[in-house]
Design a protein around this ligand. Structure first.
Ligand code: ZN
Ligand code: ZN
Length: 631
């Protein structure tokens, strides 16, 4: 079967289809026959069943209603209380994107309104949620995608050819191999190369923000060739997993990046911020620029959880909820038509948080599990979540009682929103008195992205938003700080308050700005809620450093540290030791081999040895540049 599209066309009466192409692994057919479009008596479904691939039938652009007329018609069909925002047309693909605050109302009962739009205008409607908190950045990302619709159409078609043109190629010897280009016995620069006779795929491509000399993945490894790279799959938007992706585009990669929609949006934000921080750090040349980030956005293909898709002739992936941050996923790889099945967890939380459901443990098949071990050591026993929540609120109470300010350095995504939800609940239920909770720059934007994708949040928050119309992120005491001037006002203010700011490990960004001004007052408190990488300022302060240096151009300044410093261990978005052991135990089916990564050396080895004893299966803790044959 050399050409799957020809195969599809054979099953449809001649003359009905005007054009056919790929959109990634999906096959899209266009027709000029309106009658056939609306009623083909299940023929398309039959085709789907016979080839087991997704096939979509769309109106040919030539029969779509004129843009202006269609916009008027669509507006007439939509109910007023859906709060419709932008209506954007993608004329190349006959798609109209309708943005609304209440997507459910746009869809109508059993899709009735969508159906009317299709019938009346011959456009294919797609509904997008307008974030409840407006974000210029989300609008920019979406417009980059719409602006380049001609390029996107060609790009998606090219991916399809890569997947299907090699279909049923002569069988060669089959094998599966992985190489650690980063993230082996370390936290930071996660990057794994998966190779088969047909495919070269990167799982994550991150940087190590805490370290100056081992910052980037080892792309100089002999088995890596950027010109042979087929695709990159990104688990989530933390820089240690996605921070080096734009570098690939700088050096000519033009293939697809697969991830969830929230990951795409948050990743773009984090990367643009990273470009800014690199630019202000004058002793090193930036390794990529904002143009490379834009190029990455143009080449991103978003997948939903549980959506199965081919990405090369012999690799099919499915993303599953990882419970770590918004949109974070574990990657399930089905290799060589059932030859081997791999699960790469990325960062994972096997436990409920205020924000997300716990990681999924059930898969159709599984032979090799690659698991993180950030808190995989024997002594990494995390207290129950409830105790951590209470601890957080107690720290805040204690500090405001002595009229101090609380600084919580956070990664833009993850703990920040978890902390916000815990504080919101405490204030809503009267446990904590109301006070301003300042949210600095990027944390605010990322929180806004959370309001665009409530379907990724846990069931409790979804219920609040969808059924009770009460979005905890919109609480009035959350206040945005966007400029240095506003920062200084917060610092000088007499009133007690809580400040959440990036970066999480105090390696630049507004959190360091606040620290400089708050550190010499013993009434204030520095509260760590996320992992502090080896070598970061955060780790040094945690270990009891009594001063730290800041640079102003050539000048260095010594800042004394008199503020109280505390750490809440259990609030992490990573699984603790018990959760990791439990996850492997609960995995269904049970893997035959477990590869431990994303942890300091001792934690990887410790977890690997305990998993071996508990499950009597082969376990490994590879170092960077180690390669393993899985089949
Ligand atoms: Zn992470
Ligand atoms: Zn990580």
């Amino acid at each position: 079967m050399a050409n799957i599209i020809e195969e599809v066309l054979k099953q449809i009466p001649k003359g009905k289809i005007s054009d056919a192409c790929f959109e990634g692994a999906n096959i899209v057919l266009y027709t000029k026959d309106n009658e056939f479009l609306l009623n083909n008596k299940g023929l398309i479904k039959q085709v789907v069943d016979s080839i087991k691939k997704r096939v979509e039938l769309r109106p040919d652009p030539s029969i779509c209603m004129d843009l202006e007329k269609a916009e008027k018609e669509i507006k007439k069909l939509l109910p007023k209380d859906a709060s419709v925002g932008q209506i954007l047309f993608d004329p190349q693909r006959s798609i109209v994107v309708v943005e609304a605050e209440k997507p459910g109302l746009v869809i109508g009962k059993q899709g009735s309104i969508l159906k009317s739009i299709r019938e009346k205008t011959s456009w294919v409607p797609l509904i997008r949620r307008t974030p409840a908190i407006r974000s210029k950045l989300i609008e920019n990302i979406r417009s980059v995608l719409y602006q380049h619709s001609d390029y996107r159409r060609k790009f998606l078609d090219k991916i399809g050819h890569r997947i299907y043109d090699g279909w049923k190629r002569d069988k060669r010897e089959e094998w599966v191999r992985i190489s650690y280009l980063g993230g082996g016995r370390q936290v930071g620069r996660s990057c794994i190369l998966l190779q088969t006779p047909e495919s070269r795929i990167l799982l994550d491509c991150g940087v190590n923000v805490a370290s100056n000399d081992e910052s980037y993945p080892l792309l100089e490894a002999p088995e890596f060739d950027i010109n042979q790279l087929d695709a990159v799959v990104v688990t989530h938007s933390h820089l240690d997993h996605c921070g080096f992706v734009p570098y690939l585009f700088k050096y000519g990669f033009r293939g697809p990046i697969y991830c969830t929609e929230p990951t795409r949006d948050i990743m773009s934000l984090q990367l643009l911020d990273y470009v800014k921080i690199m630019g202000s750090n004058s002793d090193k040349d930036p390794v990529f620029g904002s143009d490379d980030v834009r190029e990455m956005v143009r080449h991103t293909v978003c997948l939903d959880y549980e959506e199965v898709t081919d990405i090369t002739p012999d690799v099919r992936i499915t993303l599953h909820n990882a419970g770590h941050i918004l949109g974070s996923s574990m990657i399930h790889l089905h290799v060589g038509n059932g030859l081997h099945n791999i699960l790469y967890t990325g960062d994972m939380k096997y436990g409920r948080t205020s924000l997300l459901e716990p990681a999924v443990t059930s898969f159709p098949r599984l032979e090799t599990l690659m698991i993180e071990s950030t808190y995989g050591g024997k002594d990494n026993i995390l207290p129950p979540k409830k105790d951590c929540d209470t601890e957080l609120i107690d720290h805040i109470k204690e500090t405001i009682a002595r009229k101090g300010k609380i600084l919580i350095p956070v990664l833009g995504s993850g703990r920040a929103q978890e902390v916000l939800l815990i504080i919101e609940e405490a204030i809503r239920t009267g446990t904590l008195k109301e006070m301003p909770i300042y949210i600095d720059g990027m944390v605010w934007d990322i929180t806004a992205i959370h309001t665009a994708y409530p379907e990724f949040l846990n069931n409790f928050i979804k219920k609040l938003i969808f059924h009770k119309d009460s979005n905890p992120f919109l609480a009035p005491f959350f206040k945005r700080i966007g400029s240095q001037k506003e920062r200084m006002q917060v610092i000088e203010e007499k009133e007690e308050c809580v400040i959440l700011a990036t970066s999480g490990m105090l390696v630049g960004g507004p959190s360091v700005e606040y620290l400089k001004h708050l550190s010499d007052n013993p009434k204030n408190k520095l509260l760590f809620v996320c992992y502090q990488g080896e070598g970061s300022l955060g780790r040094k302060l945690q270990r009891g450093a009594t001063e730290f240096l800041t640079c102003y151009g050539q000048k260095q300044e010594v800042n004394p540290v008199k503020m109280e410093i505390n750490t809440i261990e259990g609030l992490t978005g990573h699984s603790g030791r018990k959760q990791l052991m439990n996850f492997v135990y609960k995995c269904d089916p049970k893997p035959r081999k477990v590869i431990v990564n994303h942890g300091e050396s001792s934690k990887c080895l410790d977890l690997a040895s305990s998993l071996h004893k508990q499950n009597r299966i082969e376990t490994l803790a590879p170092r960077n540049l180690d390669a393993l044959r899985l089949r």
